[in-house]
Design a binder for this molecule. Structure first.
Ligand code: PMP
Length: 301
């Protein structure tokens, strides 16, 4: 690969992309044993870094993975990696894997967790998707129950989501809705889900088995500030089909409108007014207005 000056942080070192390699015996590779975060940089400022670090540490704790750095040191490493890449708008992938072990499953054989930070240009849906909205399909594969592999943990094991993504590809839709075993709508492959019905925002509660998205939490806050009631309650596909508006939220996608599901038009078939209003509000907030919530950083020194 041609060198582009990009640096990747691996275990305390900033190395060129071509040298950024890990062992084939890393249990992150062998078993998906590890945790990660996807974080945005807007105009040289890292969005909700502390909330992402807190979630990473919670995911790690839940899988009994000891992050080999304090939150403060890891925070400084993320900043360093962003600065080293000189990107004002970027996507950060922060990974902590179980580290190098042997071919057995036992994490006790992995003595040093690996910490990797990749910073690169953000790739998002094209503008027409935001203007027109996307079509969704519900998929056959179910999200794991919280007592099997809790979706609240952002682990490196994304095969469940990948299988859902494959179903979406086969059905020709860019994102899907996943259900849990009980048939409640839970989330997309990499996004949380909201619908609007009679002026009220509805979104699945965390206990049904979702990743509690940072974007989801901000959207709930902003919606309430704008005077829209938000209810975290169980949602069925019937509720989706008969909603006035629907949208997905995630770090990369921000807020993306959904205008149909399983061939049923949602609302008017266009992104709705509340979705529009929230999208604008979120963009302003994320790009610097909510200064208290945004962690200051000058990416170029
Ligand atoms: N659900 C899943 C399964 C995800 O992977 C993600 C993150 N891409 C989200 C929801 C959205 O979370 P966040 O807003 O923190 O990016």
């Amino acid at each position: 690969m041609a060198e582009d000056g990009r640096k990747i942080y691996i275990n305390g070192q900033l190395v060129d992309r071509s040298e950024a390699t890990i062992s084939v015996f890393d249990h992150g590779f062998l078993y998906g044993d590890g945790v990660f975060e996807g974080i945005r940089v807007y105009s040289g400022r890292i969005f909700k870094l502390d909330a992402h670090l807190a979630r990473l540490f919670r995911s790690a704790k839940a899988i009994l993975l000891s992050v080999p750095m304090s939150p403060e040191t890891l925070r400084a490493a993320v900043m360093e990696a962003v600065k080293a890449n000189g990107l004002m708008d970027a996507y950060i992938r922060l990974i902590v894997s179980r580290g190098v072990g042997d071919l057995g499953l036992d994490p006790l054989r992995c003595s040093h967790p690996s910490v990797i930070i990749i910073v690169q240009e953000i790739s998002i849906y094209p503008p027409e998707v935001y203007a027109r909205g996307l079509d969704l399909a519900s998929v056959v594969i179910r999200r794991p129950a919280p007592d099997a592999l809790n979706p609240a943990m952002k682990t490196l094991n994304y095969l469940n989501n990948i299988l859902a993504k494959i179903e979406g590809n086969q059905r020709g839709v860019p994102e899907v809705l996943m259900l849990n075993r009980e048939g409640w709508v839970v989330e997309g492959t990499a996004d949380n889900f909201f619908l609007v019905k009679d002026g009220v925002l509805l979104t699945p509660p965390t206990y049904v088995g979702i990743l509690n998205g940072i974007t989801r939490q901000v959207v709930i806050e902003l919606a309430r500030e704008l005077g829209h009631p938000v209810s975290e309650m169980n949602v069925t596909l019937f509720d989706v089909y008969t909603a006035d508006e629907a949208f997905l939220t995630g770090t990369a996608a921000e807020i993306v409108p959904a205008v149909s599901c399983d061939g049923r038009t949602i609302g008017s078939g266009q992104p709705g007014p509340i979705t529009h209003q929230l999208t604008e509000r979120f963009r302003t907030y994320a790009r610097g207005e909510g200064v208290v919530a945004v962690d200051s950083l000058t990416a170029r020194t």
